[in-house]
Design a protein around this ligand. Structure first.
Ligand SMILES: NC(=O)c1ccc[n+]([C@@H]2O[C@H](COP(=O)([O-])OP(=O)(O)OC[C@H]3O[C@@H](n4cnc5c(N)ncnc54)[C@H](O)[C@@H]3O)[C@@H](O)[C@H]2O)c1
Length: 366
């Protein structure tokens, strides 16, 4: 079943034009301080409160001279009329209750990835935000990096041509998580990027996942996801906690050009190759040529697009502000979070079923 698009928020709780939006950050653990720093640096927002069950931790994040209020009590934060929006950086299992409470209190909501712990929970959040005309955004941070924004442009403008394949490798000696496997830990990045860069009308239709737990951790520590797109293209994602070598490379193979993104190479993160395979259409060929083959190889230049240096979270915070003030969906809105959750859930099912192909029915309609 699809989720109907949201009505534009006409009378959202954002302050009068020109006034900063009062924001509370919920969660001051590993990631929360990054949100605190970026909201403090933004002129669109004014950080009013920081909420964490551990108030000492929250005080440490803010430092001794801050006027931002600290609280362990979410209800108290949500009752504050000066708080018009929240940003949630608590563990994924708590996203549903915390975000739902915020929406019900009339606050705009930014949730860290993943949007929620399950597709059903994510859906509940999207529906609640729609009903109330509030902004619901998911922080898929990678989407706001200069490299991914550029990749999106290149795919949307048709410069790469039609996408034939995507190959992504995200491997490292990673922290083996206690509650989630490597798919739920790392693949949200690749899946949200895929969702973000694919041109309109192109979307995954199935996923098959294979995994292994070589160290007896009780969950997959290495996994390979294969997605089929509605165009017939294929996307392959390798996520791995056990690789002593760190690789973060994605190849986007297009009918016109191929793009290589090496996130560990700051001097040349992107390289666009005018190389590939050309296929003559059979009508252009006489019988003998057709027999010889339809394929020819092209070897042109490589161009490394220049990228601006800007922190992704800064751009993400700007986008949250834009979505709230204009009442239009954020680039990574709740629906994109939901599409990612659908694939993660289907990948888990596939892992449990020995790599079976699972059809995706819901997400692209959301
Ligand atoms: N965007 C990214 O690249 C990125 C990177 C890392 C983590 N994350 C996401 O950020 C979220 C938090 O991850 P983390 O690594 O910072 O976790 P963490 O465990 O380090 O921190 C979570 C904090 O939330 C607090 N908390 C828990 N329940 C709470 C509640 N009900 N009310 C108030 N505070 C509460 C905890 O006390 C803790 O301080 C997760 O969703 C994670 O996936 C995103």
């Amino acid at each position: 079943m699809s989720v109907t698009p949201p009505p534009p928020a006409t009378d959202g709780p954002a302050g009068p034009a020109g006034e900063p939006i009062g924001i509370a950050v919920i969660g001051a653990g590993y990631w929360g301080p990054n949100l605190v720093r970026n909201f403090q640096a933004s002129t669109t927002f004014r950080l009013r409160r920081l909420c964490d069950l551990d108030v000492e931790k929250a005080h440490r994040v803010l430092g001794g001279y801050s006027t931002v209020q600290v609280s362990a009590d979410l209800d108290e934060v949500l009752a504050d009329p000066e708080v018009q929006a929240v940003a949630i950086a608590t563990p994924a299992g708590t996203h549903l209750p915390v975000a739902l409470a915020a929406l019900r209190a009339g606050k705009h909501v930014l949730v860290e990835k993943p949007l929620a712990a399950t597709y059903a929970e994510g859906r509940q959040l999207v529906e609640e935000a729609d009903r109330r005309g509030l902004t619901l955004m998911c922080d898929h941070t990678y989407c706001y990096t200069p490299a991914v924004l550029r990749i999106r442009e290149l795919l949307h403008s048709g410069e790469l041509g039609e996408l034939h394949f995507l190959d992504s490798v995200r491997i490292n000696l990673g922290l083996v998580q206690r509650d989630i496997d490597v798919v739920w830990d790392l693949a949200p990045h690749d899946l949200s990027i895929l969702d973000f860069v694919l041109p309109p009308g192109v979307f995954p239709v199935s996923v098959a996942a294979h995994g292994a737990d070589g160290i007896g951790a009780g969950r997959a520590c290495v996994a390979y996801l294969t997605l089929r797109l509605n165009t017939g293209a294929i996307a392959h994602i390798h996520v791995n906690w056990l690789s002593p070598v760190k690789i973060r490379t994605t190849i986007f193979g297009g009918s016109k050009r191929t793009l290589v993104w090496d996130d560990l190479n700051p001097s040349q993160r992107l390289a666009v190759y005018d190389r590939g395979v050309d296929v003559a259409s059979p009508e252009e060929l006489d019988d003998e040529e057709r027999r010889d083959m339809l394929v020819s190889y092209r070897s042109g230049d490589m161009v490394a697009p220049a990228l601006v240096e800007r922190e992704a979270l800064r751009t993400m915070v700007d986008e949250y502000g834009r979505a709230i003030t204009t009442g239009t969906p954020a680039l990574t809105d709740g629906r994109s979070g939901l599409r990612v959750l659908e694939i993660l859930q289907a990948a888990s099912r596939s892992l449990a079923e020995g790599g079976a192909t699972i059809q995706l029915d819901e997400g692209h309609k959301a």
